[in-house]
Design a protein around this ligand. Structure first.
Ligand code: ADE
Length: 226
């Protein structure tokens, strides 16, 4: 998989992709992530990429032309499965969307900034708009980092254990059950006996029951469409 990201702040994305699972996936050659600094595509000598909104009002707007130049250059090189704009008014990211996008070959992400991007970029280029939650961030970069992390960990070969992502919270619309590791006793609290029983069928049944119990308690909305 290849992910291209257009941003005014590439430095903000260097550290999330420079550590842990995403870094390992890049090193293993399972994903390529390319950051494109919007300022490199500015059309005037001041390297300007934002301007005042027509009609007035607070905040600046990312100009259409630099984004368009960058998009033209990238799409001339390859086809993208989706061109995604990170924005608080997009569809809310969930595990289903991450699963779906993890099957892509090439993705192009556009991070908004300030008040957002000129609407004509959205109308012309964008195939999908995604929000990471009902709150406003100062830019789309953290949203892009979240989206990439959620996608990359699902790519075959990224997690050590091939089946690990299948037991995540939200897969099957259930929260994950409680988990424990050594020691068996901690501050007087014991690991549930079933988990040390060695009886896999009982362990699976216990986990399923606890996952359902936790989901009912914390996120009954996940069970509503079952
Ligand atoms: N940009 C600003 N706020 C955002 C959000 N909640 N999700 C995605 N991109 C954003």
């Amino acid at each position: 998989m290849r992910i291209d990201i257009i941003t005014v702040l590439p430095e903000l994305l260097e550290s999330p992709f420079g550590a842990s699972i995403v870094k390992r996936a890049i090193e293993k050659g399972l994903v390529e992530i390319h950051l494109h600094a919007l300022r490199d595509y500015a059309t005037n000598k001041y390297k300007q990429v934002d301007d005042y909104p027509y009609g007035g009002g607070a905040g600046m707007v990312l100009m259409a032309e630099p984004i368009d130049r960058c998009m033209e250059a990238l799409t001339a090189e390859r086809d993208y499965d989706e061109i995604i704009y990170l924005t608080p008014d997009g569809e809310r990211l969930d595990q289903g969307i991450a699963n779906e996008l993890s099957l892509s070959g090439n993705l192009l992400l556009l991070c908004g900034h300030y008040k957002g991007v000129d609407q004509r970029i959205r109308d012309h280029w964008i195939t999908r708009e995604i929000s990471i939650g009902d709150y406003v961030l100062s830019g789309g970069e953290l949203g892009a980092a979240v989206l990439c992390d959620a996608i990359v960990r699902l790519l075959p070969g990224v997690l050590g254990n091939e089946t690990s992502a299948l037991t995540d919270t939200f897969q099957d619309n259930l929260l994950a059950p409680p988990i424990y590791t050594r020691p068996q006793e901690f501050k007087g609290m014991q690991v549930p006996e079933v988990l040390t029983s060695g009886h896999q069928a009982r362990i699976d049944a216990w986990r399923e029951e606890k996952a359902l119990e936790r989901t009912r308690e914390r996120r009954p909305d996940l069970l509503e469409n079952e």
